[in-house]
Write a protein that binds this ligand. Structure first.
Ligand SMILES: [Zn+2]
Length: 223
């Protein structure tokens, strides 16, 4: 009977594929291969690939950034679909794109957390999911080490860099029970995008205060 079950399963899969073919989440064109986005969108994404696999940063709290793309065009579409419309199929794709660049040894993958009130609103944190997938891909343990100690306005709603900086000032802290575990460790700090870098700076600050090295990892950076 197992073979009958398989025949039924295959038939149902075939019908499902005909009725609900996979489409590119960005442009809606049919996907012919088992790919998260179509070739055309992929080509446009490659156009905005950053020239360097990672770069160091002078005016920031964190030590370096790993980012595959500029935050524009298709990369922006991907982040919006992932973050605001919950297209979870993009989780693995985004994590793989970042994972390809990661260079160095890390003790923990930590993510920029949502405030618990906002997490309740959304039901889950996309960044946490992304960080955990990335952690799995690079074989580094994920750790829920940071908490948002202040409720802040969404950075996208604030126009100037200076105000964004103030909005997130001292917004994060390391969980008290994890302070000893994190002290002096090599941290890969994950967020989906980085625009002015204020949020990443503030998330990195309590980790740097504990003598950690902090490498930021994001899917896309502005500018
Ligand atoms: Zn497409």
């Amino acid at each position: 009977m197992a073979s009958l079950a398989k025949v039924v399963f295959d038939a149902v899969s075939a019908i499902t594929t005909i009725l609900f073919p996979s489409v590119c989440p960005i442009c809606g064109s049919l996907l012919t291969e088992d790919e998260p986005i179509c070739r055309n969108c992929r080509a446009h994404l490659d156009d905005i690939r950053l020239p360097l696999p990672h770069f160091t940063v002078d005016d920031h709290v964190f030590d370096e950034v790993f980012a595959p793309y500029r935050y524009q065009g298709v990369a922006k579409d991907i982040v919006h679909l992932y973050k605001y419309q919950g297209v979870t199929a993009l989780n693995r794709f985004i994590a793989e794109e970042i994972a390809e660049l990661i260079d160095g040894e890390f003790d923990f993958v930590i993510w920029v957390p949502l405030h618990k009130a906002r997490r309740r609103e959304r039901g889950f944190s996309q960044t946490e999911k992304l960080a955990k997938k990335l952690a799995e891909l690079i074989g580094v343990p994920p750790l829920s080490a940071l908490v948002r100690v202040r409720y802040t306005k969404p950075q996208v709603s604030i126009k100037t860099g200076q105000k964004r900086k103030l909005n997130v000032k001292h917004a994060f802290d390391v969980r008290k029970e994890l302070v000893e575990a994190v002290k002096g460790k090599r941290v890969l700090l994950v967020d989906d995008v980085m625009t002015t870098g204020s949020t990443m700076d503030e998330a990195a600050r309590p980790l740097k205060d504990l003598d950690c090295s902090v490498s930021a990892a994001v899917f896309a950076v502005a500018g």
